[in-house]
Design a protein around this ligand. Structure first.
Ligand SMILES: C[S@@+](CC[C@H](N)C(=O)[O-])C[C@H]1O[C@@H](n2cnc3c(N)ncnc32)[C@H](O)[C@@H]1O
Length: 280
């Protein structure tokens, strides 16, 4: 019986996201909220995490009577409830699985979803149908999607760092795509469909009113910072590829690969992010 390290415990509860998300995801929050126009009364955030976007929306938008968060992780809902307690009845948090979203008795002028869609693969179309049914007339669905480059095996972005880490732990580089497959880990760069593929997926339900693009560049102060970013963002998604007694070493190796990459290229990762403005 091995004792779990602090970073393994972090990965199970997705803890430390407030700190970790400063490296990448939190930048989507202001980018999206800057696109909100008018005086919305209801906003729904899909995959609301620890409630950072809802908090920003409630602070910025005095017209907002109701801010609704849908989220799968109980740990994250609890953290969001604490963060948003000061807004009282203006906030409602629901536990939900967005791959099979239930209808809710709300219509929102604004629906948002940031850094979540790849987790819903291959069922993204359900969330597009849900959003179309829950937008108020004239409302908009503001969505961010990430688009890392991928290789012939469908690996890219975070998968590349994990590949380096597995090689450091003794795997043959050419065996890594097979290890992903055997371990039931679908590469993130496959989950993050191309923009064209997404446009086809959403077309039966929503119209594209416009889009913006930015480059998400991640840099860190050292390997430990990336180790914690990985655990808070990806949880145990990849670490299950190694046996329990090697997981602490796996997280350390991911941090070390990220740091090595930054020293070689000036950043850990760089990828295009798209902000979609979708209407009924
Ligand atoms: C990278 S975090 C993004 C959180 C927040 N939207 C942000 O921008 O910081 C992805 C979130 O999606 C949630 N999530 C993943 N799959 C989900 C599902 N099937 N249903 C609901 N939430 C899900 C995770 O629990 C996590 O909080």
């Amino acid at each position: 019986m091995t004792t779990a390290s602090a970073v393994e415990i972090q990965s199970r509860t997705l803890a430390g996201y407030a700190d970790a998300s400063r490296l990448r995801q939190v930048q989507d929050r202001d980018w999206v909220l800057d696109r909100v126009t008018g005086s919305p009364r209801t906003l729904i955030d899909l995959g609301s995490g620890i409630g950072q976007l809802l908090e920003g929306a409630l602070e910025r938008l005095p017209s907002l009577r109701l801010a609704v968060g849908l989220e799968r992780s109980e740990h994250r809902i609890a953290e969001a409830a604490e963060r948003l307690g000061r807004f009282g009845e203006r906030v409602v948090l629901h536990r939900a699985d967005l791959t099979a979203p239930e209808p809710l008795p709300y219509r929102a002028e604004v629906i948002t979803q940031t850094s979540v869609l790849h987790w819903l693969y291959p069922d993204e179309e359900r969330v597009f149908a849900w959003a179309a049914a829950h937008l108020a007339p004239g409302g908009r669905f503001l969505l961010t999607t990430y688009h890392p480059a991928r290789d012939g095996h469908g690996l890219g972005g975070e998968d590349d760092l994990v590949r380096d880490a597995l090689v450091e732990l003794g795997a043959e580089r050419t065996d890594v795509p097979g290890l992903f497959e055997q371990g039931g880990v679908l590469p993130i760069a496959t989950r993050t469909r191309t923009a064209d593929d997404l446009a086809r997926t959403l077309a039966p339900h929503l119209a594209v009113a416009g889009h913006l693009e930015r480059e998400a560049v991640v840099t860190v102060q050292g390997p430990e910072q990336y180790e914690h970013f990985h655990a808070a963002t990806f949880g145990d998604y990849y670490s299950r590829l190694v046996p329990p007694e090697r997981r602490a070493a796996f997280f350390r190796a991911v941090g070390a690969s990220a740091w090595r990459r930054q020293q070689e290229t000036g950043h850990v990762s760089r990828m295009p992010v798209r902000l979609w403005e979708l209407t009924q």
